[in-house]
Design a protein around this ligand. Structure first.
Ligand code: GDP
Length: 462
């Protein structure tokens, strides 16, 4: 290792101790003092500054450790391998002979939800070595079908016309199987999210901090290729926006979502994280313009943000938001706007959103395909990352906890089924050994990756 690397490593260790010295000293003092509120606010600001400095150093760490280029090359190679395997699966030598999986694009929901439906089908196809056939005639975003907006998911095999179709689950190796929605399949297979392929897992984990969403992002990358007309429309809208880095993407999901599937979040809540991002960035570089790309389905948000935060420059298209805010959101026109928003959010350096929204999750998944590792480049105001209909998401205890602070007890190695993170140092979950549900100190647990023995597609060269 270089001298610079070693110095940085020591600096992080030392400054972590410094943070504690500071907190310990100040809080001990404040116990005895008057005007506590004011004093505590100063302390909080100081801690935030020290936290940003520590995180900033650790980011630098990654650049100095000598593996920066290796990670980039490896990420590109593994992505390329997955894409070639999908291409192989989707283009069998003889379509008539091929085993097939039929996915009906008739789910009555938004575009993010429909994309995730296709992702689920494609993972299912990959796991069962069946060519995926998309039935999309009469699709709500284009009556003529998916292929009129996006490139077909196969060059040579797009129909199962004339073949006998059997509904999943099948008791014998039927040639053509049709799949229902993830929420309604009985006997949920273990290869569904958040599982990742065992043969690639140890490669992915070496360059990416969240392999499950990376894997899902790869499915999106394969299917989401706009046709020329759509791409042109997207490019033209983007060209008008003067997109430049650094930039933070903010997705604000309101209208029908609020009160039914998610809570209302004020613009301040999003902007606090945008500010934190820029304050940290400014520790190592000069930032002339604090840019924010704002995507939303609330027609008033953009104007509101501009008037409340004049020190930020907001990019965004009010007409896209307006379409998204009304019943017109499920029309072909709205699709262009949403694709622009998704594309832009995924190109941002950092994303602030609510993962209760599939739009927010798709943006993050796309971000995961745009760079080596986006797992530290977002903040969700509500849910942790998930895939709708997923199998149990567990964390594994890496330190024991005695459950003395209104939290639950666990031993090293216990699996804890996760309900969510409260973003206060604690999450909620159920210890699967003891069946006790309650609060868990997040730092004593690590994500438990599910590795599934997917087919290895040996016919496709590594
Ligand atoms: P969810 O309901 O947020 O989980 O996601 P869905 O994609 O299933 O449905 C929401 C729909 O609202 C989207 O498909 C869009 O039509 C619209 N929408 C929500 N947020 C945005 C946004 O930021 N930009 C645009 N253009 N449309 C949005």
């Amino acid at each position: 290792p270089t001298e610079e690397y070693e110095n940085l490593r020591r600096r992080i260790y030392s400054n972590t101790k410094e943070l504690w010295y500071y907190v310990h000293h100040e809080l001990t003092k404040v116990i005895q003092e008057d005007n506590k509120a004011e004093k505590v606010e100063t302390i909080l600001n100081q801690i935030a500054e020290r936290k940003r400095s520590l995180l900033s150093d650790q980011q630098l760490f990654e650049e100095l450790d000598g593996y920066h280029e290796w990670r980039q090359a490896e990420a590109a190679n593994v992505s390329d391998l997955v894409q070639r395997r999908l291409h192989y699966l989707q283009n069998p030598p003889d379509c008539k002979d091929a085993r097939k999986l039929i996915c009906n694009l008739n789910k009555g929901c938004g575009f993010g939800c429909q994309l995730h439906h296709i992702v689920y089908c494609l993972i299912f196809a990959y796991a069962t070595e069946r060519t995926l056939i998309l039935n999309s005639k009469g699709w709500r975003y284009n009556n003529k079908g998916w292929d009129y907006v996006f490139m077909p998911i196969s060059d040579s095999c797009t129909t199962s016309a004339g073949e006998k179709v059997v509904q999943w689950p099948v008791t014998y190796d039927a040639k053509v199987v049709s799949l229902s929605f993830i929420d309604s399949i009985s006997q949920k297979p273990k290869f569904l999210p958040l599982a990742i392929p065992k043969d690639l897992a140890h490669r992915i984990t070496r360059f990416n901090g969240d392999p499950a969403s990376w894997w899902i992002g790869q499915m999106l990358k394969y299917v989401l290729k706009p046709r020329q007309a759509m791409q042109k429309a997207i490019n033209e809208t983007i060209a008008k926006m003067n997109f430049k880095t650094p930039i933070v993407g903010v997705h604000i999901r309101r209208t029908d979502k609020v009160g039914t599937e998610a809570a209302f979040h004020h613009i301040h809540e999003y902007m606090a994280h945008v500010k934190d991002y820029y304050d940290q960035l400014e520790l190592t570089r000069r930032v002339d313009v604090r840019r924010v790309y704002l995507a939303t389905d609330d027609a008033n948000v953009l104007e509101d943000a501009r008037s409340k935060y004049p020190e930020y420059t907001f990019l965004g298209d009010p007409s896209i938001a307006k379409t998204a805010a009304t019943h017109r959101r499920y029309t072909p026109l709205s699709l262009t706007g949403l694709l622009v928003d998704l594309h832009m959010l995924a190109m941002c350096d950092y994303l602030v959103c609510t993962f209760s929204s599939q739009v927010g999750r798709v943006a993050y998944e796309m971000m995961q395909t745009n760079r080596v590792d986006a797992s530290n480049s977002f903040f969700s105001l509500d849910d942790i990352y998930y895939f709708g209909g997923q199998n149990s998401h567990d964390r594994i205890a890496v330190m024991p906890n005695d459950g003395a602070y209104q939290d639950i007890s666990f031993q090293v190695g216990d699996l804890i089924g996760i309900a969510g993170n409260h973003w206060n140092g604690y999450g909620r979950g159920t210890n699967k050994r003891t069946n006790v549900n309650g609060l868990i100190p997040w730092y004593k647990t690590a994500d438990h990756l599910v590795l599934y023995p997917f087919p290895e597609y040996k016919q496709v060269p590594m």
